[in-house]
Ligand binder design. Structure first.
Ligand code: PAF
Length: 325
């Protein structure tokens, strides 16, 4: 990956726009094309965490009319439930060997796309905070909170166990590029663990706050606190069976520490799944709860609370309404 590489951002929601506009405002700027279902304005604005507004000109396109010039790297930044359809629409137009970076939550589309994509594939997980402002003009993203991005390959070894040099080189180059664009990134050798760790936090927070329409911090109080604890018990047992450890500490206590730390740190937030419910959009429940429920079935473990929340989120979507409480 070089400074002259062309980056396609497919699925330019808040995160995609943050990545695209950060790359495009880098010096020297990187060629970025924002590709969505509808064409976005080419004049975009990025509001930095310090409150400065940067004006950025970028190329834009749609999945139905892609640029003639192929990209050097594709960032898939759609919601998890839309990633595979977007990849299917894109794949016939990509030269073999085009690197793909997946930015989805959960652990659903990543293993499946790693089987399908004809080229090196990286996964990224980020704690950068961003939201779209002025939805009417569709041209302004706010970089609300500085975070950290971890990048790695799911299948990082060759048949004989040696590290895959192309994905390693690519991961290092991408981390350097993102860091230089103001999005600090590092390469990790255990991205599968990291994706599951984020999934565990999301599973303990997102469905409950969406179900009860509360801010994250309200989970600390009754009647929600025991509900979070019960979910952590289920998640800890499932992840132990899957061989996934918490980032610090052991077993259930390690997961408790992580979840309550994130609740504390994001107490005022309306979590992403709550925002989706309030806006009447689909949620990422399949990508977040689906892998946990599948693992629970495979290991013959009870996951009553997780299953109840998944059923509620599914029923809400089938009813086609944000108000099917
Ligand atoms: O999905 C989200 O909103 C975030 O991942 C988290 C950690 C739940 C905080 O709001």
């Amino acid at each position: 990956m070089t400074a002259r590489d062309a980056h396609w951002i497919v699925g330019p929601g808040a995160l995609g726009r943050l990545i695209g506009l950060s790359l495009a405002t880098r010096r020297p700027p990187i060629a970025v094309t924002l590709i969505g279902r509808r064409r976005l304005p080419t004049e975009q604005a990025l509001v930095t965490p310090r409150g400065d507004t940067l004006s950025v000109s970028v190329a834009t396109a749609t999945l139905d009319s892609l640029p003639a010039q192929p990209p050097d790297v594709v960032h898939l930044t759609t919601k998890a439930y839309a990633a595979e359809a977007a990849h299917a629409a894109l794949a016939p137009h990509l030269p073999a060997g085009t690197p793909l970076v997946l930015w989805q939550n959960g652990f659903g589309c990543q293993p499946r796309l790693s089987q399908r994509h004809d080229g090196p594939m990286l996964c990224a997980t980020t704690t950068e905070g961003a939201y779209l402002e002025d939805m009417a003009s569709d041209s302004r993203v706010v970089h609300a909170g500085q975070g950290e991005t971890l990048i790695g390959a799911l299948n990082n070894t060759l048949m004989d166990g040696r590290p895959h040099s192309i994905t390693n080189e690519l991961a290092n180059a991408l981390a350097t590029t993102l860091t230089a664009a103001g999005l600090p990134a590092c390469v990790v050798s255990d991205i599968r663990q990291r994706l599951w760790q984020k999934l565990a936090v999301n599973a303990a927070i997102n469905p409950l706050v969406a179900r009860f329409r509360i801010r994250n911090g309200q989970l600390r109080d009754r009647p929600f606190r025991p509900m979070v604890e019960a979910i952590i018990t289920e998640v800890a047992a499932i992840l132990a069976a899957q061989g996934i450890a918490p980032p610090a500490g052991d077993g259930r206590e390690g997961w408790r520490t992580l979840v309550w730390r994130v609740v504390e740190g994001t107490a005022d937030n309306r979590a992403s799944m709550l925002q989706d419910v309030l806006a009447g959009r689909p949620t990422e429940h399949e990508a977040i709860l689906g892998p946990l429920l599948a693992a629970a079935r495979a290991h013959h473990l009870a996951a009553t609370r997780l299953a109840e929340l998944a059923d509620w989120l599914k029923a809400r979507e089938l009813a086609g309404s944000a108000d099917s409480c």
